[in-house]
Design a protein around this ligand. Structure first.
Ligand code: SF4
Ligand code: SF4
Length: 79
């Protein structure tokens, strides 16, 4: 597993890890678009976009990696 736990810009969920510093300049929000299990919600899109994993939906993830591929900023890590 990547050593990402100590980086304060990484938000750690059960097995998703989002580097929200990379979301700040995102204009595509492709994580939200591509995830057919509805795991993500990008909040604050107009000012400082911030990808959030919806806690009650995280376990719906099937680890297809469409999101990690679609996010051009490589902000998403999945264990
Ligand atoms: S996770 Fe990727 S696609 Fe989603 S808001 Fe952040 S930078 Fe954009
Ligand atoms: S791996 Fe697939 S199911 Fe899991 S969050 Fe990403 S797009 Fe959604």
């Amino acid at each position: 597993m990547k050593k990402i736990k100590d980086n304060t810009s990484i938000i750690n969920y059960n097995f998703h890890h989002i580097d929200i510093s990379k979301c700040r300049c995102c204009k595509e929000f492709s994580c939200e678009e591509v995830c057919f299990r509805g795991v993500y919600n990008v909040i604050n899109k107009e000012i400082f976009p911030n990808c959030v994993v919806i806690l009650e939906r995280e376990d719906f993830c099937v680890k297809c990696h469409l999101c990690t591929t679609a996010c051009k900023k490589k902000a998403i890590f999945i264990d």
